[in-house]
Design a protein around this ligand. Structure first.
Ligand code: UGA
Length: 445
């Protein structure tokens, strides 16, 4: 099938490469000429495991092309996917200006029947607006061309995006047109494998499904973080509690790992956007507001603990923290709404020096904290330990899971680890003579 994908971010580029891999002919559009030029040469501008090879192979085999022009991208396509960003505004609402601009461009360049597929995460009602904008552009040109607008939210996770795309739990298609639904089912058949996995519903229900899914997962995380905080006070171990509750298949083990709150470009933004949608229609979403609030608080748990620890020694001012992990989670260079950033802000505001390492998110962090002289980002994991007073671990990269504890103990001024991801065994660290603070777990007796 012939596809046009407008926007080459995580969702757009991963979808494009994965569609091309199944033999579809895909043309990707991006307004940024440098990104397009690099992609033409197989150079990918985002870090996503496996994406580089997939893009290179499909470009070389002629199934994946890139252009800056919507007209060129749409020329032979039956499906036109909108996969541009919907960044959050200050008030929590979504900025839909990129989506609307693409809708206008599609209307201005449409020559024959198209199925316009909205894959960006957008509030309920956006597809109607997209339909209206395309219609207005066609009217301006005096054209009477048929088109459909479909909602097809994407559920892939950064860091595991290709796997998620090739083996989705489900594909949600929002359309009132049976034939369009069948065409999308055919497009997704090689991925979804069984037809039941493609769930066809109304457009508004599909738009709502995306928010409901992310808000449910965010709720699980805020829930377990709240439980972890209570565990700590009552002397229970949240890891045992997680195993105990997760074994009930109605609850499940996933997304109940406690930590420093959820980050990234999706959960924080989507919870706020659904709160905003609800409030705009006069409904107060009390549970979602609490999920958001708990998350905000959780991002400061580790910095608070570090400050409490150093308070008897005159505070953190003049002390140095070695920091492992900057990305909002492992296997990505994405630092949007990363919990590490809150920790860095809290501690450098209080005068602490931080020397940080991340396997891939160093450059993005340096860029973000340009001018903050108390933060140094280095390129070697163990180099952060030199002259540091303590170590904090914030991202669960594999290479932090089994570190050289004797080297840590020898190099740090005092042998203390603050762990925001519960990566280590409190008993093992106690046996090694390392003080250990984690989330929701008591110190060994
Ligand atoms: C999330 C969803 O998982 C995807 O299904 C969805 O498609 C995507 O948002 C999106 O809307 O585009 P992503 O943001 O890539 O994907 O990352 P997740 O793996 O879901 O993690 C989000 C945050 O929650 C991270 O900060 C992670 O560390 C945190 N988390 C996750 C926890 O604190 N505990 C957990 O048990 C799981």
């Amino acid at each position: 099938m012939n596809l046009c994908i407008v926007g080459t971010g995580y969702v757009g580029l991963v979808s494009a490469a994965c569609f091309a891999e199944m033999g579809n002919d895909v043309c990707c559009v991006d307004v940024n000429p440098t990104i397009v030029e690099n992609l033409r040469q197989g150079k990918v501008h985002i870090y996503e495991p496996g994406l580089d090879e997939l893009v290179k192979r499909n470009v070389a085999e002629g199934r994946l092309r890139f252009t800056t022009k919507v007209a060129e991208g749409m020329e032979n396509a039956l499906f036109v996917f909108i996969t541009v960003g919907t960044p959050p505004r200050e008030d929590g609402s979504c900025d839909l200006s990129f989506v609307y601009q693409v809708a206008r461009d599609i209307g201005a360049n449409m020559k024959d029947y198209k199925i316009v597929v909205d894959k960006s995460t957008v509030p309920v009602g956006t597809a109607d607006e997209v339909r209206k904008l395309i219609g207005e552009e066609l009217k301006k040109r005096g054209e009477l061309i048929e088109f459909d607008v479909v909602s097809n939210p994407e559920f892939l996770k950064e860091g595991d995006a290709i796997n998620d795309f090739f083996k989705p739990d489900r594909v949600v298609v929002g359309t009132d047109n049976v034939r369009t639904g069948e065409l999308l089912k055919a497009l997704y058949a090689p991925y979804a494998r069984s037809r039941e996995k493609v769930i066809v519903m109304g457009v508004r229900s599909a738009e709502m499904t995306k928010y409901a899914a992310n808000c449910m997962l965010a709720t699980k995380i805020s829930f377990i973080n709240e439980v972890a905080n209570i565990c700590e006070k009552v002397g229970a171990d949240v890891r045992d509690v997680r195993m105990g509750i997760g074994s009930d298949h109605r609850i499940g083990y996933q997304f109940i790992y406690p930590g420093l709150g959820y980050g990234g470009s999706c959960f924080p933004k989507d919870v706020k956007a659904l709160i905003d949608t609800a409030r705009k229609i006069g409904f107060e979403p009390e549970l979602l507001a609490a999920v958001d609030e708990v998350n905000k608080r959780q991002k400061h748990v580790l910095s608070k603990r570090i400050m409490e620890y150093f308070a008897p020694q005159g505070g953190v001012k003049g002390k140095t923290l070695a920091l492992w992990g900057l990305a909002f989670k492992a296997n990505t260079d994405d630092v949007r709404d990363a919990s590490s950033f809150e920790l860095i802000r809290d501690l450098t505001d209080a005068g602490m020096r931080i020397v940080a390492f991340d396997p891939v998110a160093g450059p993005n962090t340096r860029e973000h904290f340009k001018g903050n002289e108390l933060l140094t980002v280095v390129d070697e994991q163990y180099a952060v330990l030199d002259k540091a007073d303590c170590l904090a671990v914030v991202t669960e990269w594999n290479q932090f899971r089994n570190p050289d504890f004797s080297r840590i103990k020898k190099t740090l001024k005092a042998p203390i680890i603050f762990d925001g991801r519960n990566l280590y065994s409190p008993q093992l660290l106690a046996d090694l003579g390392l003080a250990y603070f984690c989330i929701g777990r008591p110190a060994p007796k």
